[in-house]
Design a protein around this ligand. Sequence first.
Ligand code: CUA
Length: 381
Amino acid sequence: MFSNRTGLIFNMALMMLLSFALMSCTPENPQSTFDAQGPISEIQKNLFLFTFWIAVIVFIVVEGAIIFVTFKYRRKNDDLPAQIHGNLKLEITWTIIPAIIIVIISVPTVFGIWETQVMPDEEDAIIIDAVGHQWWFEFKYPLEEIVTANELHLPEDKNVIVNIESQDVLHSFWIPKIAGKVDMVPNHENKLWFRADNPGIYYGQCAEFCGIVHAMMRFRVIVHTEEDYQRWIEEMRTPPKSVSSGSDEDEGRKLFVGNCSMCHTNDSYKKAAYHKEINSQYNRWEEWKKDKENSAIVSAPNLTHFGNRLTLGAGIKENNYENLVKWIENPDSIKIGTRMKNHASIYNADIKLTDQEIQQIAKYLLSLKPENETTATYNKE
Ligand code: CUA
């Protein structure tokens, strides 16, 4: 009976270990830190592996000694064995060995801290202001005067300096394959630098518990070639293709202006729109803070060229018509607890939108992209 149970516990522990290993260590996983795609994550990975293998050696030596001693010196008769309490040699040995191990680990650690914490030259870097919100990411490009949300566009092989902040509670900025984690703290700016080696789409994730949908606070990093990155910047300064009057998109535009535009800006392609958006976002936040229960306004993601976004709900669902209709209809069905659901007046019982109106808004939002799509546009639908 007892051995059966021990066997069961052993098997369960083994299965748990195996599944943890499979979940966390597969480089194909979009959030695997074992597939480093930049120098910062490379340093972090190497430091982890170095420490891990030292820990494995310590584990084998210590457990081996315990097993050896258990069998070699197990009780054979009733004689009291030789007592070694206070053995000076042993005490010194097992104090010195860990101290040496710590020194060995500290050398690459200190070098790693130095390499990751000393900021590169600002002159030759992309500067990003990343702001955490419950539960989405705002990205600002102060030099290019571009503002966007939940999708960070960057060129390959270029140093990026991120000024990290939060507007509400603690969040954390983390791109598992490229860099992080660094806490996003209200009223305090943290800095992080990194470089992405290869073009592609990478997952970002908030890594600090920040409320009910912390796990669904994600973003995407879209790393372009240098030319595509320049095209993306151009796109962000180009107006979207115009909608023909009387079309569903046009009706959707009117509904958007009437119901959504107090919180969501969607025209930041305009000249001088950048500073206007920063002020608006600040004012929305102040408005919400004054009356957290009843405010109809709250800071919200910028939706400029939303039709080009890959995801909606901060990296949660693919951005397509079906998902977008579901999202506008009832954000809780995708991501429970959003401030949109709690504060926007269209979710009051008396001001509800009809199905047709919701579909028109979705069509309008998906039409928000520049007339001529370029290679910088990943969403080719
Ligand atoms: Cu934001 Cu967790």
